[in-house]
Design a protein around this ligand. Structure first.
Ligand code: UGA
Length: 442
């Protein structure tokens, strides 16, 4: 079977490389010529742990190729995965332009039996629409079936997830096509769920919406914990031990970011609205998250006063560790607001600086290390829980900063640790520690 993957973003490239790793012949196609040249040299255009190595290994073994040529991509393929982006439109709905363009290009080149697998996250009903579109435009001899196969990969651990995911969902109206796609995925050894196309599309949105709901829920509990003197870490552990709730996605913090949860929750609210259903619960989840992303900044102003003219260290720029993706990252939102308010911002991130630079005002400075970022700073915000940040002992903050006010959006340190380090440490859903403020007033 010859497999083509269209779109070499976080989903497409990882899927292509991992399908090659389990023995398939894969061509990854992208319209971006310079990006394809880079991949041909074994360099991944995205930061994803382990991806470069696996990419080079499969290229050397002759199973993985890259092209920017549509004819090469679609001419001989038996299976074509569409893994292009579905960015958010202004009204919150998903922009399907790239998916439709890919479908039209496939219709132009295919002359035989081909299964088109839609991996991109698309609103319910899209697969059926793409199937109709292909039928209207394809050559008479082409026999093309669309199958929905949503992805559940997390950025930063996408390769691990490809081999250890909880399930693979295959939505198809053609049982033969569903069996072919199931067989292709068999070597991953992951349970396969077969369903109809629309249910598969809905599983993807419902899964992301549920996980986002868990996060906003625990963040709200954290906000209440702060007011009633409870500790969110203990509360999350306490409820997570109940098997009906489960321990995952109960980490309170600065809100969810990334290219998926913010976009998919809004798209599902839109989708529900289109069928005259107001998804009130999910609307609240989104509102809570928007507020949470700026909550730490509000707290800082409450404790420190105006941040105008102050040196502020922003630790972490990506929306979570192990990725260079800064889309919808709380750090980006905070940095812009800090600059607007006249703060002098010095940011640190081990891998996301180049991507952040494209989004942030020029006045933001970048440090090569945590210590450089916090040097002489009056306030430090911890936004992403990178190891490099978590492993910086609090006494280093105490020694380096002009005034060691630390606002930790990821609860990286224990309160015991903070209590004896002489810093003022404000975290999420836990009691504030007024270390250096107490020392000053002694
Ligand atoms: C998410 C889903 O987890 C994947 O299953 C899905 O395939 C993907 O979206 C997608 O739709 O493509 P991802 O966005 O890479 O994956 O990252 P997550 O690990 O889910 O984290 C999302 C955000 O939630 C991050 O900002 C993270 O810091 C935050 N988060 C996560 C919390 O604040 N608390 C938690 O307990 C967990």
């Amino acid at each position: 079977m010859q497999i083509t993957i269209t779109g070499t973003g976080y989903v497409g490239l990882v899927t292509g490389v991992c399908l090659a790793e389990i023995g398939h012949n894969v061509i990854c196609y992208d319209i971006d010529e310079p990006k394809v040249q880079m991949m041909k040299q074994g360099i991944s255009p995205i930061y994803e742990p382990g991806l470069d190595e696996l990419m080079r290994k499969n290229m050397e073994q002759g199973r993985l190729f890259f092209t920017a040529d549509e004819q090469v991509a679609y001419g001989q393929a038996d299976i074509i995965y569409i893994a292009v982006g579905t960015p958010e439109k202004e009204d919150g709905s998903a922009d399907l332009t790239y998916v439709e363009e890919a479908a039209l290009a496939i219709s132009r080149y295919v002359r035989k039996r081909v299964i088109v697998v839609i991996k991109s996250t698309v609103p319910v009903g899209t697969n059926d629409r793409i199937q109709r579109m292909i039928h209207e435009h394809k050559a008479a001899e082409a026999d093309i079936t669309v199958v929905s196969n949503p992805e559940f990969l997390r950025e930063g651990s996408a390769i691990y997830d490809m081999f250890h995911g909880d399930r693979i969902v295959i939505g198809a109206n053609d049982p033969e096509a569903a069996t072919v796609i199931a067989d292709i995925n068999k070597p991953f050894g992951i349970p396969i769920i077969h369903t109809d196309i629309r249910s598969a599309e809905m599983i993807k949105y419902a899964a992301n919406a549920f996980l986002a709901t868990k996060i906003s829920f625990i963040n709200e509990i954290a906000n209440i914990c702060e007011k009633v003197g409870a500790n969110i870490d203990d509360v999350a552990y306490g409820i997570g031990q109940d098997h009906r709730i489960g321990p995952h996605f109960l980490k309170a913090g600065i809100g969810y970011g990334g290219s998926c949860f913010p976009k998919d929750t809004k798209a599902l609210v839109q989708l529900a609205g289109n069928v005259q259903h107001q998804f009130e619960l999910l609307e609240s989840v989104i509102r809570v998250n928007n507020r949470q992303q700026l909550g730490l900044l509000d707290k800082a102003k409450q404790y420190v006063g105006s941040l105008q003219g102050k040196k502020v260290a922003l630790l972490g720029l990506s929306f979570k560790p192990h990725t260079d993706d800064v889309r919808e990252s709380a750090a980006i939102i905070m940095a812009k607001k800090l600059v607007d308010e006249g703060a002098y911002v010095v940011a640190y991130d081990p891998v996301a600086v180049e991507n952040a630079k494209k989004q942030l005002p020029e006045s933001v400075q970048y440090a090569a290390t945590v210590v450089e970022a916090i040097d002489a700073a009056e306030v430090a915000f911890i936004v992403t829980e990178w190891e490099e940040i978590k492993q910086t002992p609090l006494y280093v903050f105490q020694e380096q900063m002009l005034t060691p006010f630390i606002f930790d959006g990821r609860n990286c340190y224990s309160l015991e640790n903070a209590r004896y380090s002489g810093v003022t440490y404000i975290s999420i859903g836990r009691a504030p520690i007024f270390g250096h403020v107490c020392q000053q007033t002694k």
